[in-house]
Design a protein. Structure first.
Ligand SMILES: N[C@@H](Cc1c[nH]c[nH+]1)C(=O)O
Length: 380
């Protein structure tokens, strides 16, 4: 049978200007990471599937294969969990700040139009409990976008603990609480109102009525949250979100801060604040990150605080205007003139060696690439 020359669904080849812009963007990000004191960490593309247990299986269905012992392996669907694995198996001293870049693989639904292989570049800050580490992630993310000329970034803040903290307080049987949460996430409004109806006359009534729409402008959403009675754990969530919004407004006044308290956490392993950056409504996110203080407990028995953020490098490439091809010069020479050709190459900006043997082919190539032809064979 003929070998299949098609690409597996959801993959692509990248070439030319676009591939080069992608490389430039990655290098620029890596340079910033290094300047801010992050060290490089590279992990393999293949890992044991157990590493990714904390991921929600629906959103991150991995490509699976077996090693020669029959152990299940996957192509990594995420780059944060391998960092947690490294931290739990190597005894590297804390605190530590890592940066990385590479591809992640996620099996998406057929014909969903999205790629199954994505390039990320990100940082993980391990061993700091306080908000300063979260803010360093936001600073890196927002200044990264700025340095690429990406303006009008909307930062969507959320908090992994908000929904559970609130639902826990409601006087409902546990299975109902669960269904209410699912209805909220699925924006199944008829189910949601039916389940929350018995509480409409309680102190949560007003809030419950607005909860499915609890996203958008930061201050507007916060005003609704502040109608809530005092609840264990709620105040610290509110304080961290408010001070973070104030931080962003102060350092990046041009950014637009929104808050969404009606969605599931962007990653099942987040335990605190999470944030995503967008430029326009329709497109996917530019960066996504959050705090995950329990992750390392999946690998070892001590809790370690960590927070990180990853750029979707392909999304950055999409929003970068590609440079025009500069007309260049082609140096035509005979093979015994190589040294002279090198000298010309060094002197003439934007020139390249012409590798054709005949002058006619050189002329054709110059014409088709809109280049000036420098003929060294004339000067012999
Ligand atoms: N790994 C996350 C991003 C992240 C990095 N660090 C923390 N979160 C993602 O792919 O969405």
């Amino acid at each position: 049978m003929m070998k299949n020359t098609n690409l597996p669904s959801g993959t692509r080849d990248e070439f030319g200007i676009e591939a080069e812009v992608k490389e430039t963007i990655q290098n620029k990000l890596f340079k910033t990471f290094r300047q801010r004191g992050f060290r490089k960490l590279t992990t393999p593309v293949l890992e044991y599937s157990d590493v990714f247990k904390p991921l929600s299986a629906e959103d991150y269905r991995p490509y699976q294969l077996l090693d020669d012992q029959g152990e299940p392996l996957v192509l990594r669907p995420d780059l944060t969990l391998p960092v947690a694995r490294v931290m739990s198996t190597t005894g590297i001293e804390l605190p530590v700040k890592w940066y990385y870049g590479g591809d992640v693989f996620r099996v998406k639904k057929q014909l969903s139009g999205s790629y199954n292989q994505l390039t990320q570049a990100g940082i993980e800050i391990v061993g700091y409990k306080g908000l300063k580490a979260d803010w360093e992630c936001l600073e890196v993310a927002l200044s990264g976008c700025k340095s690429m000329g990406i303006e009008n970034v909307t930062i969507e803040l959320s908090h992994a603990k908000f929904v559970d903290t609130l639902i826990e307080q409601l006087e409902l049987p546990d299975p109902t609480k669960d269904s209410l949460k699912q209805a909220l996430f699925a924006k199944d409004l008829s189910k949601y109102s039916q389940l929350s109806q018995p509480l409409s006359d309680t102190q949560f009534g007003r809030f419950l009525g607005e909860w499915p729409w609890l996203f958008g402008n930061f201050d507007t959403v916060m005003a609704v949250v502040e109608t809530l009675p005092e609840i264990d754990g709620l105040q610290s969530i509110i304080t961290s979100l408010k001070s973070t919004a104030a931080f962003i407004n102060q350092l990046f006044p041009e950014a637009n801060v929104t808050l969404d308290l009606s969605i599931p956490s962007p990653q099942s392993y987040y335990t605190g604040m999470a944030f995503r950056g967008f430029t326009d409504k329709s497109a996917g996110y530019l960066f996504s990150g959050g705090r995950y203080d329990d992750l390392l407990t999946n690998f070892q028995n001590v809790k370690t605080s960590a927070v990180g953020v990853a750029f979707d490098v392909d999304a950055l490439v999409e929003r970068t205007s590609l440079p025009d091809d500069q007309p260049g010069a082609l140096i035509f020479f005979t093979s015994d003139q190589w040294q002279q050709a090198e000298e010309t190459l060094a002197k003439v900006p934007n020139s390249t060696l012409c590798l054709t043997d005949s002058f006619e082919s050189a002329q054709r190539l110059a014409a088709s690439s809109n280049s000036r032809l420098i003929d060294l064979t004339k000067s012999r």
